[in-house]
Ligand binder design. Structure first.
Ligand code: ATP
Length: 609
């Protein structure tokens, strides 16, 4: 019983969001059919499991049924041969039941693992197809929980909940049939007591459910604290603001509440067992009493063995009844789990390949924005009528105050978002009509918050071009002004970059990511310059790295440095999502408008002395 209920405990620790805790899932035919679809490929194995469960449940009941004959024929009949035969038989069926049990749990685990394997793969590829908006909007922890916790929950449901329902139901049926076939009056007497279980079970079930929910809320809180404070940037913040004590107290408080809840939950189970034990001793006594009266007064054919069998069978019923009563909680939770997973599956991928997407033979790299309007949220327009074109090999710098929409413009080119009105074209074709793979293959992006995977320098570079030779890597790194730094490290190209590349400085990271883009060798380059002013050495290092990158490529640069704005073919000055001014550096400076102001406050100040 404890074993079978294990599923409940494990599921109980899975996360439920507040919203889902409040809303019990609606169990519809469609939901069940959908769950069934994931089990269907394994129907053969499942039928075998069903057979195994039936066989092992029946075999497990056999010794109880045989105990009547052991007493009547063996002990009271004083027949040693029969006694030994029956004992050996009981042992054999018990052994058989357990062997089948092993087989059953193997098969069960196998099915559960394969179903989760399928669901995980599906989830991963689905998540990969989700758009940029999905990842900027959703909590990363929640996405990961969906991938790991929720889908493991499914495996628990299959190995525990489903097989527990089955085996308990079968055990119960076998016990009832066996009891009635022995003596219906005593069967009725014994079974009448069973519904009384419903009382304490329901009560305890409710208390435990409430406690578990509360514990989950605390658990979420604790995880939140851990996530915030034990991350690299979180710890830095804590240290710099001397908040260790405050964080400790916050953690200690949540932790203390958690242990109280855990103790209470444990104890709720304890009282339950007291009630259970009391009830479970009433049943047998009743059978002994009524059986005794019947034997002595009315029915001489009723034997001691029969009464013993009934008592033994009754004892066998408590666990399954108890477990089946508690299954409701498991069931609700399982359905909630599936509902949540399916909700994720049903989220449409906002940005997809058009069914008639075209893949041109080769790319030139002409970019055009045609009267582009864009908003992240419908009621708040961000870009208004952005219109410019950029011929292959030319460069444009986008400048403007913070929050004016510069990053938003560049995000539209590789279709991280789609325009709301107007169009962005690549070589004259609307990007929404182009094959996404083709489009992104031809665009290289160096962002401010460069992302490097936790691995070596080499591995990070190879991500852009898996078949690159060591010479290719070195050439790219030389151009990006990072080769000397890399070979200066004891491990050279096998230097670990650390979590998100945090073992490297900002400038090193950016130069490495420039090398990565050089390896990718795209037609169009999008570069988001670091806002922070660099010292003149880093400045010239980066400048040296950018030059080979933008030469002969169509380049769009969010510029923060004078040298960049002086070098490009055209500057677009963005203010509040519109192109306010455009032209070359000197003309714009002379004009005395927004650009002149920016020049005075930003570029000039950032200019290396
Ligand atoms: P900065 O120079 O500070 O990086 P920016 O010019 O690049 O600024 P954007 O990042 O394009 O500005 O942001 C333009 C506006 O869009 C801002 O007001 C910002 O709050 C909003 N915004 C940016 N990203 C999102 C998003 N994912 N969802 C909703 N609004 C967003």
């Amino acid at each position: 019983m404890e074993n079978r209920q294990g599923g409940m405990g494990r599921l109980g620790r899975a996360y439920l969001t507040e919203e889902e805790k409040a809303n019990k899932p609606k169990v519809t035919k469609a939901l069940l059919r959908r769950i069934g679809a994931y089990l269907k490929p394994y129907w053969k194995q499942m039928s075998l499991v069903l057979l195994a469960i039936v066989a092992s449940s029946v075999f497990r009941m056999m010794p109880s049924i045989l105990s009547g004959r052991i007493i009547d024929d063996g002990l009271i009949g004083r027949d040693l041969r029969t006694l030994i035969t029956l004992i050996v038989l009981s042992l054999i069926v018990t052994l058989a039941a357990n062997l089948i049990g092993v087989f059953e749990s193997y098969l069960n685990t196998w099915i559960a693992q394969h179903v989760t394997f399928d669901m995980r793969n599906k989830m991963f590829s689905h998540l990969q197809s989700m758009s940029h908006r999905f990842f900027t909007t959703n909590n990363q922890g929640e996405i990961i929980t969906r991938m790991t916790g929720d889908i493991s929950g499914v495996s628990d449901i299959i190995t525990n909940t489903l097989s527990s329902i089955l085996s308990n139901a079968i055990t119960l049926i076998v016990a009832i049939v066996a009891m009635f076939s022995k003596n219906w009056i005593l069967a009725v007497v014994g079974i009448i007591i069973v519904p009384l279980f419903a009382l304490p079970t329901k009560k305890v079930g409710k208390t435990r459910w409430d406690l578990t929910r509360e514990a989950q809320a605390r658990n979420d809180e604790i995880n939140g604290i851990l996530n915030e404070t034990l991350s690299v940037s979180g710890q830095t913040l804590v240290k710099l603001f001397n908040k260790e004590d405050v964080e400790y107290e916050r953690y200690e408080k949540a932790n203390r509440q958690m242990i109280r809840l855990n103790i209470r939950e444990r104890m709720a189970g304890r009282w339950f067992r007291v009630a259970l034990n009391t009830f479970s001793s009433i049943g047998p006594m009743l059978i002994y009493l009524v059986g005794g009266i019947m034997m002595m007064r009315y029915d001489s054919s009723l034997t001691v063995g029969d009464v013993t069998v009934l008592v033994a069978l009754l004892g066998r019923m408590y666990a399954p009844v108890n477990s089946l009563l508690g299954i409701q909680v498991d069931w609700i939770r399982s359905m909630a789990l599936f509902t949540r997973i399916f909700e994720y599956y049903d989220m449409p991928a906002e940005i997809q390949n058009a069914p008639d997407a075209v893949t041109p033979d080769h790319a030139e790299g002409n970019i055009r924005f045609q009267n582009v309007f864009f908003a992240y949220e419908p009621e708040r327009p961000i870009l208004k009528n952005i219109d410019f074109s950029l011929e292959k090999g030319k460069s444009v710098a986008i400048v403007g105050p913070s929050g004016s929409g510069k990053s938003t413009i560049i995000n539209l080119i590789p279709r991280l978002y789609d325009v709301v009105e107007g169009a962005v074209t690549f070589d004259g074709i609307d990007v929404r009509k182009l094959d996404l793979g083709f489009l992104r293959r031809n665009i290289g992006m160096v962002t401010q918050d460069t992302y490097l995977f936790n691995g070596t320098v080499r591995e990070n570079l190879l991500y852009a071009k898996p078949d690159a030779t060591s010479e290719d890597l070195e050439e790219a790194c030389r151009k990006a002004n990072i080769h000397d730094f890399i070979i200066g490290q004891p491990a050279g190209y096998d230097t670990q970059v650390g979590n998100r590349g945090l073992k490297l400085s900002g400038g090193e990271k950016q130069r490495l990511s420039i090398a990565r883009v050089l390896l990718k060798d795209p037609k169009v380059l999008i570069f988001d310059e670091a806002t922070s002013s660099l010292d003149s050495i880093s400045e010239s290092m980066i400048q040296g790295a950018i030059d080979p990158l933008i030469e002969s490529r169509t380049s769009i640069i969010i510029a923060h440095r004078l040298s960049t704005v002086q070098a490009v073919d055209e500057i677009l000055v963005i203010k509040d999502g519109s192109i306010e001014e455009r032209g070359r550096h000197q003309d714009l400076v002379d004009r005395g408008g927004v650009y002149t102001e920016l020049y005075e406050t930003q570029f000039r100040r950032a200019e290396p002395k």
